[in-house]
Ligand binder design. Structure first.
Ligand code: 2F8
Ligand code: CA
Length: 200
């Protein structure tokens, strides 16, 4: 009888231990999954920190980094200025109007503009001045750094020197990121994009 009781006790202890082992196994798997999720999350946060640190270290707050720092004048205030006055505003911050002399920069700027809300009114009132003009010789477009335009990202039919008065270039929020520029009269008022070189 005693042997029988001992045997039953041993069986129930074994069952209990087995159940405990199964619970531990499930708990371990659950913790393993949680650990993997946390490791993933940590990697994502770390890469976000790296991007933010890179940009904060190198550009002032509110400026965007792509080789240089870029500033887009405020959509909130809606302030618009002539090309020259816009340039003066950039200069006050140690910058100048943006030189968009590569497809990479053009796509970067278009992506930022496409993330902004559309302004009401005619499309040609909602652009941003850039550092490009053809004041010296009509049709010869020069960047503010003195180089001549080689690759332009003009809208269809532009530049057209409308009413023979359009010597300054602006970029707009357009669906096609590679066709966003228009030439406009330099005293037309628009927002602006400044570019500040990174300190070496
Ligand atoms: O149709 C294109 C034409 O649209 C406007 O004129 C109606 C623009 N004007 C200004 O930006 C001030 C022209 O530059 C543009 O070519
Ligand atoms: Ca035009």
């Amino acid at each position: 009888m005693k042997v029988q009781t001992n045997f039953q006790e041993a069986v129930s202890i074994k069952d209990a231990m087995q159940r405990e082992r199964d619970r531990d196994r499930l708990e371990k798997e659950h913790l393993q999954r949680q650990k993997e999720a946390l490791v993933n999350e940590e990697a994502k946060l770390q890469s976000r920190i790296t991007v933010l640190e890179k940009s904060c270290e190198r550009c002032p707050v509110g400026w965007e980094l792509l080789h240089s720092c870029y500033f887009f004048s405020s959509t909130e205030t809606g302030q618009k200025l002539s090309w020259h006055r816009s340039r003066e505003e950039c200069k006050k911050t140690g910058a100048d109007l943006a030189v968009i002399d590569s497809q990479e920069k053009q796509e970067f700027i278009s992506r930022i503009l496409n993330g902004k809300r559309t302004s009401p009114g005619y499309w040609f009132t909602a652009g941003y001045w850039i550092g490009l003009r053809d004041v010296k010789t009509e049709g010869v477009w020069k960047w503010l750094n003195g180089t001549e335009l080689t690759e332009g990202f003009w809208m269809e039919g532009e530049p057209n020197d409308d009413i023979s008065k359009e010597d300054c270039a602006a970029t707009f929020r357009k669906e096609n990121p590679l066709m966003t520029w228009n030439d406009a009269p330099c005293d037309h008022t628009l927002k602006w994009i400044c570019e500040r070189k990174l300190q070496p």
